[in-house]
Ligand binder design. Structure first.
Ligand SMILES: Cc1ncc(COP(=O)(O)O)c(C=O)c1O
Length: 402
């Protein structure tokens, strides 16, 4: 796929990082296609990550909406609860084949950190996860889980002490120690070769979905919907349908309003082209090119940039971008739980909100598939606070008293 998707992507990094990225690119071309790597990776996907994940017919929601048949791809059934494990396993295994003994990762919400820590534990590599101090505070359960997997969580106190500062700290460490360390990046973005590398490991979502729907219905769907933070689950499921007459919709976080800092709509809002964190794409930024704060109820969708392939697919019109706000996501989360017995991650609930609206406008003979990128247990502290504040507060106070 090269270094660019249209005019997006590239490798805008200082000279110090180029050797490490070059080594990774070489490994991607030489090691990943090899029979030995593929055998071990496929084995781990099946026997450790739990793939293939099911494609579930949402019969009750289909009846309720009265339109297209709704199918849900259950990525949340994978080990550690989200699609992030597909990529983490792939990159940690690649690091091992490259002779590295240590992996580092950045994490915001913690899901990618948890997946990388689990993969490193399984494959016997040391793991350090960089996390901004603000995120460490608000994502304590994931910090705890990473530590259970034996990872060191390094709290970043610089800058705004969130995801972008964690990325900078991880890159600094990588430059200093690339002979024994590999940097496992969590979404389909960053400097080349990461967008290609991450997509390669997430394409399994699309491949499985395509054959599962053909087996269940004997035909392709009319629509596929996925939520979109950096873009790895979206690009993963879309990849199998790009050449088909299937409409593809990516859902961004509409947050709590349209004002600056209230959402994370890079493509369906006020994003501007820029070069940030080593790649060219759409970012939410101010007049001086400074990255803006974002907001979403889901910790995984509040990233200010978007992967370059999705930016390109959005520009060419192949992928449509739309939004769901915090409230719509919470409503969809509750509906999926009550009607389908599925507790979906708040990120995926954005895709669910849009899927339900689209489905109701479609013909009964048509099919729509949504990617449930993760399961919702990780969001307990957010959903309980939003939906049952009084009881939840009392419970926490009692627990704290012991
Ligand atoms: C469950 C889940 N879905 C979606 C995302 C968004 O990431 P991406 O756009 O790379 O799929 C995250 C990020 O943490 C996540 O945890």
């Amino acid at each position: 796929m090269g270094k660019y998707f249209g005019s997006y992507g590239g490798q805008y990094v200082g000279e110090v990082l180029k050797p490490a990225l070059g080594e990774l690119e070489q490994a991607m071309t030489d090691i990943i296609p090899s029979g030995e790597f593929q055998r071990e990776y496929q084995y781990l996907l099946k026997h450790f990550a739990g793939r293939p994940t099911p494609l579930c017919f949402a019969e009750n929601l289909t009846k309720m909406m009265g339109g297209a048949k709704i199918y849900i791809k259950l990525e949340g059934m994978a080990q550690t609860g989200a699609h992030k494990i597909n990529n983490a396993l792939g990159q940690v295994l690649l690091a091992k084949y490259m002779g590295k003994t240590h992996v580092i990762a950045e994490t915001g919400a913690g899901q990618h950190g948890v997946a990388t820590a689990a993969a490193a534990a399984k494959l016997g590599l040391e793991c350090t996860v960089f996390m901004g101090a603000v995120d460490v505070k608000r994502q304590q359960p994931n910090v705890f889980l990473m530590k259970q997997f034996g990872a060191e969580v390094s709290t970043v106190q610089e800058g705004s002490r969130t995801l972008k500062d964690a990325v900078n700290a991880a890159l600094k460490q990588w430059v200093e120690d690339s002979s024994r360390t590999s940097y496992v990046l969590g979404s389909a973005l960053g400097p080349y070769p990461y967008p290609d590398l991450v997509r390669t490991f997430q394409e399994v979502i699309g491949r499985e979905t395509r054959s599962q729907i053909l087996e269940a219905e004997g035909t392709l769907p009319q629509q596929v919907v996925a939520c979109c933070g950096g873009g790895s689950n979206a690009v993963g499921i879309f990849s199998a349908f790009l050449d088909d007459p299937v409409s593809l919709t990516a859902v961004e976080a509409g947050g709590r309003g349209t004002g600056r800092g209230e959402h994370a709509q890079r493509m369906s809002g006020q994003g501007e082209m820029g070069i940030i964190e080593g790649y060219k794409s759409f970012f939410l930024q101010d007049e001086e090119g400074q990255v803006l704060h974002t907001h979403s109820i889901s910790a995984g969708l509040d990233y200010p940039g978007i992967g370059p392939q999705l930016a390109y697919l959005g520009e060419t019109g192949r992928v449509k971008f739309t939004r769901a706000d915090d409230r719509q996501a919470l409503d969809a989360y509750q509906l999926l739980a009550r009607k389908e017995g599925l507790l979906c991650a708040l990120e995926s609930a954005h895709a669910a909100a849009v899927t339900l609206t689209l489905a109701s406008d479609m013909d009964k003979k048509e099919i729509i598939i949504m990617n449930m990128s993760g399961r919702g247990e990780k969001d307990l502290f957010i959903t309980a606070r939003e939906l049952y504040w009084e009881q939840w507060q009392q419970f926490l106070l009692q627990e704290a008293k012991g």
